[in-house]
Design a protein around this ligand. Structure first.
Ligand SMILES: C[S@@+](CC[C@H](N)C(=O)[O-])C[C@H]1O[C@@H](n2cnc3c(N)ncnc32)[C@H](O)[C@@H]1O
Length: 332
């Protein structure tokens, strides 16, 4: 599908929670792993106990009917034609707060998300060839990168993320984009059956440090890739050895819970070797700036600025090194 599509080939998907993943198995028919995962995702969505689900469903049902369209080759993927009532649409989309990954433009309304995810994409894009690829994106958030991957030539993007509000945001995107082959399933990596799954590329961005056993996470990814596939890995790293080869935060790191271990780049490369990957190319190392991750109207909670030390922005409030992220292209 071209990055710019019109309603002729895109069907609107409003109020289709009950069949969110119906089209997915047909897009890769011989892949039994995917059939299994799509079925699990549908059951989870149908039976999810989350207390806000009813309100989110109400918001999705209130989305205005507009012509579907997709122009994803831009910082803020433009999904859907402009609505005649932007203020109403804005209010409905606000009911799916917090919007973290983006920016996105839905029905003509620009969503200024917490993250300038387009900056991350700019760092990744020169290192990718996604032409005709089938991609798995672990911890995909609301599926922002999936739209960019389609625009870069991917034929199918399967995203998984256990945070249900992000799945709701993806459903809102889908309402405007139609049946484009970019999916977000409400699953954590631990819910995925073991491979082989045969993906050409697997993305793991911002997830490794949330896993208790990083080598196990990498091994699991390896089994989800085809034999000569590529892992696109983005994760927090230590800028130097002051805290030793691995920082294990005492409690929180940059106010985040569940940050288990932050390695130096050398230790990260060792983990990748231990997991069985053959080659790793370090593509980028960037200290996260407060202009890249910040509070906005669409994400009204505290953000990076409040997680940094008030007197020294090179440290977190806990006194650890401020977030620096490495991007690696890793081959099986
Ligand atoms: C820091 S965000 C990164 C999002 C996106 N990949 C990016 O790079 O901008 C981490 C994401 O991982 C998701 N996540 C948390 N636990 C997970 C798990 N067990 N399996 C997969 N994703 C998980 C969170 O819901 C969140 O969307």
């Amino acid at each position: 599908m071209s990055p710019t599509s019109r309603c002729a080939d895109l069907q609107p998907c409003a109020d289709t929670l009950g069949q969110a993943y119906a089209a997915l198995p047909q897009l890769w028919q011989e892949n039994t792993w995917l059939q299994d995962v799509a079925a699990r995702a549908q059951v989870l969505l149908d039976e999810h106990p989350h207390g806000d689900l009813k309100a989110w469903r109400g918001a999705l049902r209130s989305l205005p009917t507009v012509d579907c369209a997709m122009d994803a080759d831009r910082a803020a993927p433009r999904l859907g034609k402009g609505t005649a009532e932007p203020q109403h649409l804005r209010e409905v989309l606000m009911r799916l707060h917090p919007w973290r990954k983006g920016p996105l433009e839905l029905g003509g309304v620009l969503i200024d998300t917490e993250w300038r995810s387009d900056w991350k994409w700019q760092r990744i894009r020169p290192h990718l060839d996604l032409e005709a690829q089938r991609v798995l994106d672990i911890g995909c958030g609301n599926g922002y990168f999936g739209w960019r991957m389609l625009a870069a030539g991917a034929r199918l993007v399967v995203g998984v993320d256990p945070t249900l509000v992000y799945v709701m945001q993806w459903l809102a995107c889908r309402h405007f984009a139609g049946n484009a082959p970019n999916f977000v399933l409400p699953l954590g990596i631990e819910h995925l059956p073991p491979g082989p799954a045969g993906f050409d590329s697997v993305f793991s961005m911002g997830v490794l440090y949330h896993r208790r056993d990083p080598v196990e996470h990498l091994q699991q990814i390896r089994a989800l890739l085809r034999p000569d596939g590529t892992l696109v890995l983005e994760t927090l790293v230590l800028p130097d050895e002051k805290h030793g080869p691995v920082l294990v935060p005492e409690s929180r790191y940059a106010r985040m819970r569940n940050v288990w271990a932050i390695p130096t780049i050398d230790r990260l490369l060792a983990w990748l070797r231990e997991a069985g990957f053959k080659t790793s190319q370090l593509a980028d190392v960037t200290a996260t700036a407060v202009e890249e991750q910040r509070s906005t109207q669409w994400m009204r909670f505290d953000s990076l600025a409040e997680a940094l030390h008030p007197k020294d922005a090179r440290q977190t409030v806990e006194g650890y090194p401020a977030p620096t992220r490495a991007l690696l292209m890793v081959r099986c």
